[in-house]
Design a protein around this ligand. Structure first.
Ligand code: ZN
Length: 238
């Protein structure tokens, strides 16, 4: 068992290196999405979110050639990414999380998300509504380095959360879903969401930056109340 485990780890490390400094070309797109519209749910992109330990979450995501973005197949990937984000009721989702090591992420913070937080949290986190926004090949610049330490979670580290320091204000230059360059600026909670998703494209997770003493199972109280009989679901909520 021990040996086979080591072999498994070694093969994963090779996969991660292979992803470095590559571009998603027309050929790569076609090759990856070959079975996308089949009913086989194991084909890419996934209809579930990958969990920590999956090597796709630790590699450097590939840039996407601008001419690929307007292709129908890629537009379907964008729609799929948004649908998965919404089905998990998440406010951000990146390519690697659905099995695609590509430089793309979506963010959205809706009025419904706002309603689930009380006024004190909304104020402390500086929450605001963010319309759905797609970032492709993003470059991030920190405008205000002041570290703000707040709790956050990740669909790829399901069932846990921790306090994570994030820069207060950032600016991102990226391509949108029409392959046009745009610049986006965010502060507070919006900046936090975007930094979290941007990190996914660098192979980084919030656990790499968190205050380790605050790392917690989000259901720890429920587990005590229910004699440990709690089920953790890895499928979308909707
Ligand atoms: Zn995440």
């Amino acid at each position: 068992m021990f040996r086979s485990y080591l072999a498994n780890v070694a093969s994963r490390a090779i996969v991660i290196r292979k992803n470095n400094a590559r571009f998603v070309s027309f050929h790569k797109l076609k090759e990856t999405l070959n079975h996308f519209w089949s009913s086989d749910s194991k084909k890419l992109p996934y209809k579930h979110v990958c969990q920590i330990g999956d090597p796709v979450l630790r590699g450097h995501a590939m840039k996407i050639e601008p001419e690929v973005i307007k292709l129908e197949d890629f537009q379907k990937v964008i729609t799929h990414l948004i649908n998965i984000m919404r089905s998990y009721d998440a406010c951000g989702m990146s390519g690697p999380q659905i099995g695609l090591p590509w430089q793309i992420f979506a963010i959205e913070h809706t009025m419904e998300h706002m309603k689930t937080s009380d006024e004190v949290i909304k104020k402390a986190y500086e929450m605001e509504v963010i319309p759905v926004t797609i970032f492709i090949n993003p470059e991030l610049k920190i405008i205000d380095h002041t570290p703000i330490i707040l709790y956050e979670g990740c669909e790829s580290v399901r069932g846990y959360s921790a306090a994570v320091p994030r820069a207060y204000e950032i600016e991102i230059t990226a391509l949108n879903a029409s392959a046009e360059q745009f610049t986006w600026r965010g502060r507070g909670w919006s900046a936090r969401i975007a930094q979290h998703e941007y990190d996914h494209l660098q192979g980084e997770l919030y656990i790499d930056k968190m205050d380790m003493s605050t790392f917690q199972c989000t259901a720890w109280e429920k587990i005590n109340k229910n004699d440990g009989k709690i089920h953790l679901n890895y499928l979308p909520k909707k």
